[in-house]
Design a binder for this molecule. Structure first.
Ligand SMILES: [Fe+2]
Ligand SMILES: [Fe+2]
Length: 367
């Protein structure tokens, strides 16, 4: 027996519920539809299975109530057709006592609600109220699910935008820091950006981690940032430097490292290491510490070859640009100033393998 509160809930929750009622007996159909309309806003009737299936195809129904024995297309065939269109469709089948043999087939088709003829109003309301509750809660669940999904989507987009903004900000600040140093030096912006590209290519050839490759691409353009601290009369001097002046130039490595020191970001830590050690040589003849072999961090052993190659192929105030082939020859055989012993043999091997890519990077990124 449906109680007053359940009936109240039923009426409230059945707002907007749409029922398709299929029954060939016109009198029963009209009486039942009139009864249903006391609780539900929208009820459509159909006089046989075929008409029921046609109406079902046209409109979305929340609940289908159907007779079994009907002309044209019987209830079972219609249920089969409906379940093919929507396997979750809620269906109530009304059967006569002598139709029990069809019930198994209907259960197999996914029908779980049955009522006996003659139709008992109370039983019909009980079953309907159960189905309406089910539909109401599923709709509620679906709505919350949608809200949740939308919120997650929105937050994901926001997070992506924030990450992009931070990256842009970082890149811009980096460019501005580098350009502050450039203002003082004859190094061009192209040299700086080529350094990032060469270093990444060479690191890749050496088989290091993707993280290392990204970090060196970020860090190597900062190798000469310490030049910002070198007095103009030394840094921009035309012609040869005195021994003392060269000692001043050499401090750009330690100045650069101190500008970048103490960071908790691994990319900046790598930049510090490169700024400090990019003039250290494998044979120990470099500066500032005269480190040799693997005591020099790998990133600095990579950057020194890139820096050397670019210095050779580009035009400097004190030298003409060398052809790619000539630059390779100087790096691999030496010219008295540059010696192959300055470089890590492994890194040098890798450089020779990707030399053609260095040439392409230079051609694509020079004015
Ligand atoms: Fe340098
Ligand atoms: Fe450089």
């Amino acid at each position: 027996m449906i109680d007053a509160q359940t009936l109240k809930d039923f009426v409230r929750r059945s707002k907007g519920i749409k029922i398709l009622y299929v029954e060939d007996d016109r009198q029963i159909r009209e009486d039942t539809m009139r009864l249903l309309l006391r609780f539900v806003d929208r009820v459509e009737g159909a006089a046989n299975g075929q008409e029921g299936l046609d109406k079902y195809r046209e409109g979305a129904f929340d609940i289908v109530i159907s007779d079994i024995r009907m002309p044209h297309l019987n209830g079972i065939e219609m249920v089969r057709g409906i379940k093919k269109l929507n396997k979750d469709q809620k269906i109530i089948v009304i059967s006569a006592h002598d139709e029990a043999q069809y019930l198994m087939e209907l259960i197999n088709l996914g029908v779980s609600n049955f009522l006996l003829k003659p139709l008992d109003v109370q039983q019909l309301l009980d079953v309907l109220s159960e189905l309406v509750d089910y539909l109401w809660f599923s709709k509620l669940e679906h709505t919350y699910q949608k809200i949740l999904e939308n919120t997650v989507d929105k937050k994901t987009v926001e997070l992506k935008e924030t990450k992009r903004a931070i990256k842009n900000l970082t890149d811009e600040l980096l460019q501005r820091l580098i350009s502050a140093a450039e203002h003082k030096d004859s190094d061009t912006g192209e040299h700086i950006s080529r350094m990032g590209l060469y270093s990444k290519r060479l690191a890749q050839e050496l088989g290091v981690s993707q993280e290392f490759i990204e970090a060196i691409g970020f860090a190597s353009p900062l190798h000469d940032i310490g030049k910002i601290g070198i007095p103009d009369n030394v840094l921009l001097k035309q012609g040869g430097l005195t021994r003392d002046e060269f000692e001043v130039i050499k401090t750009h490595s330690t100045i650069g490292a101190s500008i970048l020191s103490g960071s908790s970001h691994s990319n900046i830590q790598m930049a510090e290491s490169i700024a400090l050690c990019h003039h250290e040589r494998w044979d120990g003849s470099g500066y500032p510490a005269g480190l040799s072999g693997e005591a020099i961090p790998l990133e600095a052993r990579i950057v020194i070859i890139c820096d050397q190659y670019d210095a050779l192929v580009m035009k400097r105030p004190y030298k003409p640009p060398f052809q790619h082939k000539k630059a390779i020859e100087i790096i691999t055989r030496g010219d008295g100033r540059t010696l192959p012993t300055h470089f890590d043999p492994n890194v040098l091997d890798a450089f020779i393998k990707v030399a053609a890519d260095f040439n392409a990077i230079y051609n694509k990124n020079s004015d």
